[in-house]
Design a protein around this ligand. Structure first.
Ligand code: C5P
Length: 300
């Protein structure tokens, strides 16, 4: 085998419940992940050493060196399997960079799966999931896909029952937001407003909307505790969210730590209208449509 290509989906968080800051600098979460049909492609090809090349639109800020999470994933896998980390990694990016859709985590998951095949390293899915959790809180979900509830840092996953398919519109913003900065702003706002932080709990309304495939109910139960922080750091997102609501989105929220905004549509045709409407009022750098849930990282 001289090269292996893996397709990995983006995610949107249907519920992001953020608990108090822990001693290790993380927050306990209730994180309902939903994989959507917006994919990065990660190829690992035979080579004498480990290299990386990233292509795609708007890839400024993606490290093309050892700092890239995909490179760290390949090194971690090689160390774990007792192999020399030699591969040419090629990443074709479609997931927005630093957009709150876990694009970097997707690439790391893709590199784990692709290198495991290329090197014939023989790690099981469970072992790959463990390495994934070491790389970042969102990496295990990129391997798993579908819709899942993540507890702990978000890495302790349980798949959720979902009926049918949901149609989404994503408004991409100019420039990214740093995930640690958004979490820090969330803590700052909570302290400044003297908010007591309750332990987050999985929303029953959300889980039953998913299980029955009820888009109206799902739209009403979407929540993101990081949204106030993302809106403080990027106030223009308010106009983006308002535009989606004006065009009849069933639900509108910031995706993860942002700045991508996610809008739930009633149907595929409504998603087309919603996308055209949002694009037309000039509140986003670009608008894309996708559906979910989709599978996690998979060989092409
Ligand atoms: O795990 P990951 O490296 O993706 O996390 C990036 C940053 O996001 C962490 O350094 C932390 O600031 C924040 N984070 C958090 N609580 C979580 C997950 C992430 O505070 N559960």
């Amino acid at each position: 085998m001289t090269s292996v290509t893996v397709r990995v989906p983006a995610k949107v968080n249907l519920q992001l419940g953020v608990g108090p800051l822990r001693d290790d600098g993380y927050h306990d979460l209730v994180n309902v992940f939903h994989a959507v049909s917006l994919f990065d492609e990660v190829t690992a090809a035979e080579a004498g050493r480990l290299t990386i090349e990233v292509t795609g639109e708007s890839i400024d800020g993606v490290p093309q060196n050892d700092d890239n999470l995909a490179v760290r994933a390949a090194r971690l896998l090689a160390r774990h399997a007792g192999l020399v980390p030699a591969a040419e990694l090629r990443i074709r990016k479609r997931i927005p960079v630093a957009g709150g859709m876990a694009g970097g985590s997707a690439d790391a998951a893709g590199a784990l799966l692709a290198c495991n095949e290329l090197w014939d390293a023989g790690l099981s899915r469970e072992e790959l999931m463990e390495l994934a959790a070491e790389l970042g809180s969102d990496v295990p979900f990129a391997l798993l896909g579908g819709t899942a509830v993540g507890l702990g840092r978000g890495e302790r996953l349980t798949s959720a029952l979902v009926r049918g398919r949901f149609h989404w519109v994503f408004a991409l913003a100019d420039g990214g937001l740093s995930t640690p900065a958004v979490y820090a702003e969330c803590d700052r706002l909570r302290t400044a407003y003297g908010q007591s932080v309750a332990w987050p709990r999985t929303s029953e309304d959300l889980m039953s909307a998913l299980a029955t495939g009820d888009a109206q109910a799902l739209g009403k139960s979407l929540t993101n505790d990081l949204q106030p922080a993302a809106l403080t750091l990027r106030p223009s997102l308010r106009r983006t969210l308002d535009a989606g609501r004006d065009f009849g989105a069933l639900g509108a929220l910031v995706s993860g730590s942002g700045p991508t905004c996610a809008f739930l549509a009633e149907s595929e045709s409504h998603a087309v209208d919603l996308a055209i409407g949002i694009q037309g009022v000039g509140v986003a750098k670009a608008v894309v449509r996708a559906y979910g849930p989709v599978h996690g990282a998979a060989l092409v």
